[in-house]
Ligand binder design. Structure first.
Ligand SMILES: [Fe+2]
Ligand SMILES: [Fe+2]
Length: 143
């Protein structure tokens, strides 16, 4: 699915049937929307400050979420856990790079590193990878 240039909107089809994980995903969508609307701010100073806040918020929330999600996957013996861990590790590295390069980061929509990460990598991970859990849960009647 190509999620480029669409508004980041939560849909119930993204539910993975675990209350904690689902509410964390909804919260992450909120942060993602916030991150991707920063380029709309006209005041450059305000823009830089918001950028710092939102990257911090995303980074710390993502860290907590990945740990919780991996714990949940492990508790239901999800067979793709190892490869999923690697996907998380990659996402954290990208986010870390963004965080370290914050002062040089362009805030634009096209070519903006944060915008690109959130829109094309991060939200896509939830929509395409996390939702694969549901197939496993249904196949094994785990709910
Ligand atoms: Fe997730
Ligand atoms: Fe995940």
């Amino acid at each position: 699915m190509d999620v480029d240039n669409i508004f980041i909107e939560w849909k119930n089809e993204y539910l993975v049937e675990n209350q904690k994980i689902d509410s964390e995903h909804k919260k992450l969508f909120e942060i993602a929307r916030k991150a991707n609307s920063i380029y709309l701010e006209k005041d450059k100073e305000k823009q830089k400050t918001s950028l710092g806040y939102v990257v911090d918020e995303l980074y710390s929330y993502v860290n907590i979420h990945f740990t919780n999600e991996e714990e949940y996957m492990s508790s239901i013996k999800y067979p793709l856990l190892q490869e999923h861990r690697l996907l998380h590790k990659n996402l954290l590295e990208m986010l870390n790079f963004i965080s370290l390069n914050l002062p040089m980061l362009s805030v634009s929509k096209s070519g903006g590193k944060l915008y690109d990460f959130v829109q094309n990598v991060f939200v896509k991970h939830i929509i395409e990878e996390d939702t694969r859990l549901v197939n496993y849960i249904n196949e094994n009647k785990l709910h």
